[in-house]
Design a protein around this ligand. Structure first.
Ligand SMILES: [Fe+2]
Length: 233
């Protein structure tokens, strides 16, 4: 008995399939794992920020963008599961594999950073406590220095500023992310995300991004950040 028949993959008539047909048959039977598409239930904590300046209308509009990243992540996973994987058809200028994989990084990146954004907003803000406070003090000297740095980083970024935990150095750092898929660092875990795209604040602050960041600093949920840090270590 040949390998494909042993694996239960045979043509209709019982004859073994050729390699390409066998690959297609196997992939057809593999359902892609899909991500959770967020709903209004996922922004309930964020909606508490309205008294501090970031309105419900902003978060509800923002939710639709977050849903878009989730839906496109799932759409690309399905497309990858169905596409024919053939090295002869791959091309670095344009090919189906390139189009799907490049845009997958953008979609999944946008999904994950919004997961962190909405998980870590809706708290009391101000100075942190717990392990993240210790790490911020080690890296920046004080909360005030850190807050000035993340505000400056957020103004300098085109899309995101992130507080990330670097497992190699056991330290935190405020990174810039210009887009959903730019500047990730290896072995670093995102524990706090500041979305500085205009959709995150224009309704409330127009172009005054610095005022939005001041409001955001008053809304950080440090308990959620500490929980993420605990998992990252
Ligand atoms: Fe966003």
């Amino acid at each position: 008995m040949i390998a494909s028949a042993a694996a239960g993959v045979t043509a209709v008539a019982g004859a073994p399939l050729n390699a390409l047909a066998r690959t297609k048959e196997i992939r057809k039977n593999m359902e892609p794992k899909l991500v959770h598409v967020p709903t209004e239930a996922d922004i309930q904590k964020a909606l508490k920020t309205a008294p501090k300046g970031i309105s419900e209308a902003t978060h509800k509009a923002h939710l639709t963008l977050w849903q878009g990243y989730a839906n496109k992540t799932n759409e690309i996973r399905k497309a990858l599961a169905e596409m024919e994987v053939d090295p002869a058809k791959a091309n670095q200028i344009y090919s189906q594999m390139r189009a799907l994989k490049v845009n997958y990084a953008f979609a999944l990146g946008g999904y994950k950073n919004h997961n962190v954004y909405f998980d870590t907003i809706g708290g009391d803000g101000g100075a942190p406590s717990g392990d993240v406070a210790t790490l911020i003090n080690e890296a920046y000297g004080s909360y005030e220095n850190w807050a000035k740095d993340i505000k400056t980083t957020g103004i300098a970024g085109r899309g995101w500023a992130y507080l990330a935990y670097d497992r190699d150095e056991q330290r935190v750092f405020n990174f810039i992310g210009d887009a959903q898929d730019t500047f990730p660092q290896w072995n670093c875990e995102l524990i706090l995300a500041l979305d500085v795209y205009e959709h995150a604040y224009f309704l409330d602050f127009q172009t005054a991004r610095a005022k939005y960041i001041d409001a955001w600093l008053n809304c950080v949920d440090w308990n959620a950040v500490n929980a993420r840090l605990g998992k990252a270590k």
